[in-house]
Design a protein around this ligand. Structure first.
Ligand SMILES: Cc1cc2nc3c(=O)[nH]c(=O)nc-3n(C[C@H](O)[C@H](O)[C@H](O)COP(=O)(O)OP(=O)(O)OC[C@H]3O[C@@H](n4cnc5c(N)ncnc54)[C@H](O)[C@@H]3O)c2cc1C
Length: 286
């Protein structure tokens, strides 16, 4: 199923993002978690594309597995980092041959040691160019792009970032999936701003259930996501108790998802971090 059909065929589409593990033991563990998650029949599962294109083959093989072994549509993430147009087109040929119908089109982050993103000679600088390249390919892929309710960390302002999002939409994206956030107000403001700019695609909130406070602090520091003070206070009070952090994180995510759902979001994209326990509880509660 292509992304546009995902959002027209059902009123609320749950999706789950995984990443390729680094070890065979990690692969086995992920398969166990995916089996549990697949029982909830997510509309699709997506697999990330590692920094610097480090998982170009594994992203495709996990997407094939999602479709063939777990019977769910796959969305393959794909970035511009380190590849020429020719190499990007070659990967799209492989994705098409593997039966992948959907791509999450991203610029990717600068390689370590490079302060500002620099395209390789013959490569692409921004995700809107990648969307254009995918649209020119014969694969007829459904295309997702990233949106940032709290602004991308390199953008000089939210307004400029929104104009850049509009460029990706105008280039032919089918849906926007947001960066993780914890304050729904920021998402609703972002959605209103998109509407004012004439962006009428499904805008799907990205939710990362908190299961480990130390880890989530590292992640939010990297992507610049605001962490609500009352939530931080609650988690700090149980910083030596992983189980309590899990319970607080899951309860928070359930409340967040319920509020989003009652405010008409077309679905929720879960950053599952290759684990099923939190998502399973949240999906059962939803
Ligand atoms: C849902 C989701 C999935 C992700 N999956 C992955 C993944 O699998 N692998 C991975 O490596 N990373 C992934 N990322 C992270 C993403 O690669 C980074 O956030 C990256 O820094 C920006 O990617 P982008 O596609 O948003 O870039 P862009 O949309 O190109 O934006 C990057 C920056 O450039 C600015 N900009 C954009 N277009 C222009 C233009 N034409 N002129 C001037 N400025 C411009 C934007 O405002 C922004 O500040 C994901 C992020 C999200 C939200």
């Amino acid at each position: 199923m292509r992304l546009p059909d995902v959002f027209t065929s059902q009123p609320f589409a749950i999706s789950i993002e995984i990443f390729p593990p680094k070890t065979p033991a990690g692969d086995d563990a992920l398969r166990r978690h995916m089996r549990t998650l697949a029982e909830h029949k997510p509309a699709f599962m997506s697999c990330t594309y590692g920094a610097g294109g480090s998982t170009r083959d594994r992203t495709l093989s996990w997407c094939r597995e999602i479709q063939e072994d777990f019977d769910r549509p796959a969305v393959a993430h794909f970035t511009c980092v380190g590849s020429t147009r020719e190499e990007l087109n070659h990967w799209l040929d492989e994705a098409q041959a593997a039966g992948i119908r959907n791509i999450m089109a991203l610029r990717g982050d600068s390689p370590e040691g490079q302060e500002n993103f620099e395209a390789v000679a013959g490569g692409l600088s921004y995700a809107n160019e990648l969307v254009e390249l995918i649209r020119q390919h014969t694969g007829n892929f459904g295309i997702g792009v990233a949106g940032y309710p709290e602004k991308h960390n390199e953008a000089e302002s939210l307004e400029v970032d929104l104009q850049n999002l509009k460029r990706k939409v105008d280039a032919g994206a089918d849906a926007v999936f947001t960066q993780l956030f914890f304050d729904n107000t920021n998402f609703f403001t972002f959605r209103d701003s998109c509407e004012k700019l004439g962006i009428s695609l499904p805008i799907v909130p990205g939710i990362m259930p908190i299961t480990d406070f130390a880890r989530i602090k590292r992640i939010t520091a990297m992507c610049g996501t605001v962490f609500p003070e009352d939530l931080a206070t609650k988690l700090e009070a149980v910083q030596d108790d992983k189980e309590a952090q899990f319970e607080i994180g899951v309860d928070y995510a359930i409340a967040q998802c319920n509020e989003l759902r009652s405010n008409g979001v077309p679905g929720i994209h879960f950053y599952a971090l290759n684990k099923s326990q939190a998502c399973q509880k949240i999906l059962s509660a939803l």
